[in-house]
Design a protein around this ligand. Structure first.
Ligand SMILES: CC(C)(COP(=O)([O-])OP(=O)([O-])OC[C@H]1O[C@@H](n2cnc3c(N)ncnc32)[C@H](O)[C@@H]1OP(=O)([O-])[O-])[C@@H](O)C(=O)NCCC(=O)NCCSC(=O)C[C@@](C)(O)CC(=O)[O-]
Ligand SMILES: NC(=O)C1=CN([C@@H]2O[C@H](COP(=O)(O)OP(=O)(O)OC[C@H]3O[C@@H](n4cnc5c(N)ncnc54)[C@H](OP(=O)(O)O)[C@@H]3O)[C@@H](O)[C@H]2O)C=CC1
Length: 429
């Protein structure tokens, strides 16, 4: 889409938003049917995707607006059940676009396949034997997946480690091969597992040991994406707070997360609030992204903040986020789930590398949204006001009653289900 800046989008009704979206994006009739239908993922398709299917589990799909990354505008599809996340991402993206937008970069998409060998009569000799045959193992790996090589990807390198060298237990000592594979635009789990399994018989011959596990590592530390932003303090100003106060509050909040795992987990949950919804909407494996993100946050041996916030010489707030981002634009369920396909069309990324960069930019925005709120009015004001509609529904409100009850909960500063039930009873008397 030409622009991601659509002021007042949230003030429109759903039908009005859909009409505007169809003017901005050229959907086919089939796409419109899926996107706007009551059953976007048919049970027939669902039944082919997983096992023991009895139905589907819909999530709200919203659009994160105002995003500008490396000079390009992105409308970001976000599938999430939690209120205020989409609003917060859009809010911060609006501030950051006025500061020049997010800057991002990504490494090559190199994923890791692990092969575990146990029971080698001589582990050092086994390691040497594997390393001696490194080139031919890489050739074999590539021969097992020629289509990947044809796309410019494939196995690139191989390393070997001996784990628990001093262990007395027969279960402890093992040889671990890492095979590094460029999976192009696929997340690559199945590709890597296929390659790792294909190498196992040769590895057993070389090592005289027994191969057990042949599987990718989800700690994709050679498949990283980075985002940063630089925000002049005047853009952070909000009611009752100077920009400098907000900036300093955000940096204090970061230092708290960097020093205390109890805070870091919550801080990082706030980052994943932005990341998971786009990973889910684009049909990617969010468990893989979550697992790798938290491992990366503990890479120095202590769990800490995924982001970093600081002040530069001009007094600007500087935000940075680096995460492993093993996502794809093909593979898995991406081309199977009709809404995931449409989400890719809306997002308009050309490669997995580009997708990874947009995702980390959204994570960085989401973190700032939470920290800005926490460092000023507190989280409840913005978040609970938007949560009030869910509270009203949980208390039994329907139709036009939902907004009326939600408004009353906000006015009376008591956003809880018990209070909402009282109001619903009063309303229906
Ligand atoms: C909620 C806001 C944005 C309100 O903030 P506000 O100042 O009332 O917003 P505003 O009315 O000035 O609007 C500014 C922009 O925000 C967006 N916006 C504003 N309202 C809406 C809406 N209804 N729907 C969609 N977009 C909205 C919209 O883009 C709008 O620009 P415009 O389009 O008008 O030019 C703010 O209070 C905020 O960012 N709060 C933080 C919310 C948050 O982080 N939620 C996550 C849940 S809490 C959690 O799980 C994580 C946490 C917090 O524990 C993590 C941690 O501890 O670090
Ligand atoms: N631990 C984990 O995280 C695990 C995750 N998984 C699951 O694996 C799935 C992801 O595996 P993945 O291997 O990505 O998916 P696929 O098995 O679907 O493989 C991707 C396929 O996409 C095709 N392709 C088309 N264009 C490209 C391109 N530009 N770049 C790369 N491939 C292309 C390739 O087929 P061709 O070359 O024939 O055209 C390739 O085989 C996810 O569903 C995940 O949940 C599975 C096991 C473990």
């Amino acid at each position: 889409m030409e622009t991601s800046r659509i002021p007042g989008f949230y003030k429109m009704g759903v039908d009005e938003r859909r009409e505007l979206l169809t003017k901005m994006e050229s959907f086919t009739e089939e796409e419109k049917e899926y996107l706007f239908s009551k059953e976007p993922l048919g049970t027939d398709t669902a039944d082919k995707m997983i096992e023991n299917v009895i139905g589907t589990f819909p999530l709200p799909l919203g659009l994160g607006l105002n995003f500008q990354v490396n000079g390009k505008d992105y409308v970001v599809p976000m599938a999430i059940e939690e209120p205020s996340v989409v609003a917060s991402a859009s809010y911060i993206a609006k501030i950051v676009r006025n500061a020049g937008g997010f800057t991002t970069e990504a490494t090559d998409r190199v994923m890791i396949g692990q092969i575990q060998v146990v029971g080698c009569p001589d582990f050092e000799a086994a390691k040497e034997a594997v390393l001696k045959e490194k080139d031919s193992l890489i050739e074999d790996a590539n021969a097992s997946y020629p289509s990947l090589v044809a796309r410019g990807g494939g196995a690139e390198d191989l390393e070997v480690r001996i784990l628990n060298e001093e262990s007395d237990s027969i279960y402890g000592k093992m040889l671990i091969l890492h095979i590094y594979i460029n999976t192009c635009d696929a997340m690559g789990a199945n590709i890597i597992n296929t390659i790792a399994e294909s190498l196992a018989p040769t590895v057993e011959k070389l090592t005289k040991g027994k191969v057990y596990l042949r599987i990718l590592s989800n700690y994709a530390d050679r498949c990283l994406a980075r985002a940063s932003c630089v925000i002049p303090p005047h853009l952070l100003e909000s009611k009752g707070y100077t920009g400098e106060e907000v900036r300093d509050g955000v940096i204090h909040a970061y230092e708290f997360a960097a020093s205390d795992p109890y805070r870091a987990v919550t801080h990082n949950k706030g980052i994943m609030n932005g990341i998971d919804p786009i990973v889910i909407a684009t049909g990617n494996d969010w468990r893989a992204v979550e697992a790798a993100a938290h491992a990366h946050a503990a890479r120095d041996g202590k769990y800490g903040s995924m982001t970093k916030w600081s002040k530069d010489e001009e007094g600007n707030l500087v935000g940075e986020l680096e995460l492993p981002m093993s996502v794809g634009t093909v593979g898995g369920s991406i081309r199977v789930h009709p809404i995931a396909k449409i989400a890719h069309k809306i997002l308009d990324v050309e490669s997995a590398q580009e997708l990874a960069q947009v995702i980390v930019a959204v994570g960085l925005a989401q973190n700032l949204g939470a920290l800005k709120a926490l460092a000023t009015d507190g989280i409840q004001k913005g978040h609970m006001a938007l949560h009030s509609r869910s509270v009203a529904i949980a208390a039994g409100a329907t139709g036009e009653m939902i907004d009326i009850i939600a408004e009353r909960l906000i006015d009376e500063k008591e956003i809880r289900v018990g209070k909402a039930k009282e109001l619903v009873e009063e309303y229906t008397k």
